[in-house]
Ligand binder design. Structure first.
Ligand code: RIB
Length: 312
């Protein structure tokens, strides 16, 4: 089995459930309030850990109560925390999240310790990850650091999976070094913003492949994903119909399931299917990590015939 690492953000999510989102200037009464672990990078690591996949997390927390809670959360979910730096005098990243009755969300992130994951941090961290094969990155630590990590990992011959979230442009020379990119519609537009406003999704995907991206997985929520690999026809891989409670971290959980599939040497479209199954289960419970499945739950949704393919 290939070894997995996540290089990315760690946030404590401060979540208020509401019947509906407030309008500007409006005060509403919420349904509940919770403080729960999140962050796009950490969510991907925890989702992998829940599936029983050995995974290393590289990121940063503050030396505050949220940081301590988070380190415990990683350990409880089987995530190796040796490369989670505790930045003294800093607070842990936070995300203020509102979730409405339909399970949709609004998110405001304050990077805090995530912002301290700078070039010097990367310089010290990457050599310790040399034994890992597949790397998951996102856009929630400083973008120049994400892009430099991709350049360095590519030069080291590693497999790079980039979840370009939150949406932001990515330099074309960096895109050329990405093996798998997993944008939703908004993120696809952002990473191909050089094409202007008018280009449609298929043209944007083609552009990414022409630049050198190995495979584009255009996530489309409950509708599944469109998978375009270089030299192959575009395939639609449908998602699973489930009762949605909270969509927070569905994309993160997809990436984790997909990466688990790759680490287990599944064919591309089967790895995407595993991503969908993990994401579908994740939205059936409250909180970024509340619904992330264990392997047995995944098998219940995928079917017993997947057991051998998903064994470690
Ligand atoms: O992708 C979901 C995550 O985005 C949340 O957990 C929140 O921390 C934000 O980073």
């Amino acid at each position: 089995m290939k070894k997995l690492a996540v290089v990315g953000s760690i946030n404590m999510d401060i979540v208020t459930r509401v019947e509906r989102f407030p309008k500007p200037g409006e005060t509403l009464t919420g349904v509940s309030f919770s403080t729960i672990p999140g962050g796009k990078g950490a969510n991907q690591a925890v989702a992998l850990g829940r599936l029983g996949m050995p995974v290393r997390m590289a990121g940063g927390v503050g030396d505050d109560a949220f940081g301590e809670t988070y380190l415990r959360n990683f350990r409880e979910n089987g995530v190796d925390t040796a490369l989670v730096r505790v930045f003294s005098g800093m607070t842990t990243g936070t995300a203020s999240i509102e979730v409405n009755a339909q399970g949709e969300n609004h998110i405001i992130v304050v990077p805090a310790a995530n912002g301290a994951c700078d070039m010097a941090w990367l310089e010290e961290t990457l050599p310790a990850l040399e034994d890992c094969d597949i790397f998951l990155l996102q856009h929630e630590i400083p973008l120049p650091v994400v892009f430099e990590a991709i350049r360095r990992l590519h030069a080291m011959g590693k497999t790079v999976i980039l979840d370009p979230a939150p949406a932001a442009p990515v330099p074309e020379e960096v895109l050329a070094m990405v093996d798998y990119i997993t944008p939703n519609e908004t993120e696809l537009r952002a990473i191909t913003s050089a094409m202007g406003e008018d280009a449609d999704a298929p043209a944007r995907v083609r552009r990414l492949l022409d630049l050198g991206v190995g495979c584009v997985i255009n996530k489309s929520g409950g509708n599944g994903a469109y998978v375009a690999a270089r030299g192959a026809a575009v395939e639609h891989v449908p998602g699973f119909a489930v009762k949605v409670v909270d969509t927070t971290a569905a994309g993160d959980t997809f990436n984790a399931g997909f990466a688990a599939g790759l680490a287990l040497d599944l064919p591309l479209l089967e790895a995407v299917r595993v991503g969908h199954a993990a994401a579908a289960l994740s939205v059936t419970a409250f909180g970024a990590q509340g619904g992330m499945p264990r392997r047995e739950q995944l098998l219940t949704l995928l079917g017993e015939e997947w057991r051998a393919r998903l064994s470690l």
